[in-house]
Write a protein that binds this ligand. Structure first.
Ligand code: NCD
Length: 307
C-alpha cells in the first residue's frame, strides 16, 4: 500500500485495492466537488501547481480540489516561459525549491519522465498531472471512477477506446488502471499508425483480458459498454501535415450514437476538437461534463491520501 510522502507518478503502480480505496473516498468527496458541502480538512496546507504544458481542466481541477478542502494554492501555468526553467534551472532543483513553499505539488510537462525528474529533488509528494504521451494517472482514475459510478464496477465490461491511442496519455493510463480488474474486453479503434503501444496490449492480454483492434468504429460501436474517446494529439506530431492526415478520422455524431447500446456511456477527457460533436451533449449517455466534476472529487481523494 502507498505510504504518506510517496509520489503519485504512474498508473502502473496501482493495485486493485488502492484503486478501490480511491473510488470509495472519491464517492465521499462528491458533495464537496458538487459545491454542496465545505471542508476545512486541508486548512493551512498549500498546493503548488507547476504546468509546463497547456491545461484548462486538470490545473483548475487540482486547485479547486485543494480550495474546497480549505487549503491554498500557488500556481504557475506557464512554467516553461516564466519560471527559472527559462534560465536553465534543473527540474530536480525546482522540485527541491518548491517543496520549501508547498506541502504537495501537481505538475504537467510535455516530456515523458519529467515529473519523476522533478520528484527526485522534491521533499513533498508530487502528483503527475500528465507527462508527455506517457501517463496521466489522475485522469485515468477519474475515468475509472466515472465507470464505477455508472456500472457499479468494471469487471466484465467491454471498453472501447477511440482516437490517438499511440500518443494519448489518457488511454495509456486507463489501460494501466483497468488491467487490475477482471475479464474486460478492450476494443481499440485507431488508424493503424496510431495504435495502442504493443507493450500495453501485451500487458492486458497477460492479465487475462481480451483485446480487439480495428480501424472501423461503426463495426464495433454496438458492442461497447464504454466508449472512451480522445482527440488526435496534434502537439505530438512532427509536422502539421502529419497531423492533418489523421484529423477528423473519427467523428462521434448523433447518427453513430444510434448504434451505441442504450446502457452504454460516452467518455472524453476533453478538450474535444472535431471527434465528438456538440449534438451528442444532450444524450443522457454522454458523461464527459460529469467527468469534470468527478475529477475534482478524485483529486480531493488523492490529495487527502497522499498528503
Ligand atoms: C487530456 C490531457 O491533457 O492529456 N486532457 C485532460 O487532462 N483533461 C487529454 C487531451 O489533451 O487530449
Amino acid at each position: 500500500m502507498f505510504e504518506k510522502k510517496s509520489n503519485l507518478l504512474s498508473s502502473k503502480d496501482f493495485t486493485k485495492e488502492e484503486i478501490l480505496k480511491i473510488m470509495k473516498k472519491a464517492e465521499k468527496m462528491l458533495p464537496y466537488a458538487r459545491k454542496e458541502k465545505v471542508s476545512d480538512e486541508m486548512k493551512g496546507k498549500v498546493l503548488a501547481t507547476l504546468f509546463y504544458e497547456p491545461s484548462t481542466r486538470t490545473r483548475f481541477s487540482f486547485e479547486t480540489a485543494m480550495l474546497r478542502l480549505g487549503g491554498s494554492v500557488i500556481s504557475n501555468a506557464q512554467m516553461k516561459e516564466t519560471s527559472s526553467a527559462k534560465k536553465g534551472e534543473s527540474l530536480s532543483d525546482t522540485g527541491r525549491v518548491v517543496s520549501c513553499f508547498a506541502d504537495i505539488i501537481a505538475m504537467r510537462h510535455s516530456e515523458a519522465g519529467s515529473v519523476a525528474e522533478l520528484a527526485k529533488g522534491a521533499t513533498v509528494p508530487v502528483i503527475n498531472a500528465g507527462d508527455g504521451a506517457n501517463d496521466h494517472p489522475t485522469q485515468g482514475l477519474l475515468d475509472a471512477f466515472t465507470i464505477f459510478k455508472e456500472f457499479g464496477g468494471v469487471d466484465g465490461l467491454t471498453v472501447g477506446m477511440v482516437g490517438d491511442l499511440k500518443n494519448g496519455r489518457v488511454p495509456h493510463s486507463q489501460c494501466e488502471l483497468l488491467k487490475n480488474f477482471k475479464g474486460l474486453k478492450f476494443v481499440f479503434v485507431s488508424p493503424k499508425e496510431l495504435a495502442m503501444p504493443r507493450e500495453i496490449v501485451n500487458k492486458l492480454k497477460n492479465c487475462g483480458h481480451e483485446v480487439f483492434e480495428t480501424v472501423d468504429l461503426d463495426k464495433v460501436i454496438g458492442e461497447l459498454d464504454v466508449l472512451a474517446c480522445t482527440r488526435i494529439q496534434q502537439e505530438r506530431f512532427a509536422s502539421e501535415n502529419e497531423y492533418l492526415q489523421y484529423k477528423g478520422v473519427y467523428v462521434i455524431d448523433a447518427g453513430l450514437m444510434k448504434l451505441l447500446k442504450k446502457t452504454a456511456i460516452v467518455m472524453h477527457p476533453l478538450p474535444r476538437i472535431d471527434e465528438l460533436l456538440p449534438e451528442v451533449d444532450s444524450d443522457l449517455r454522454a458523461k464527459y461534463f460529469e467527468q469534470v466534476t468527478n475529477g475534482v472529487a478524485v483529486r480531493m481523494a488523492a490529495m487527502e491520501m497522499w498528503l
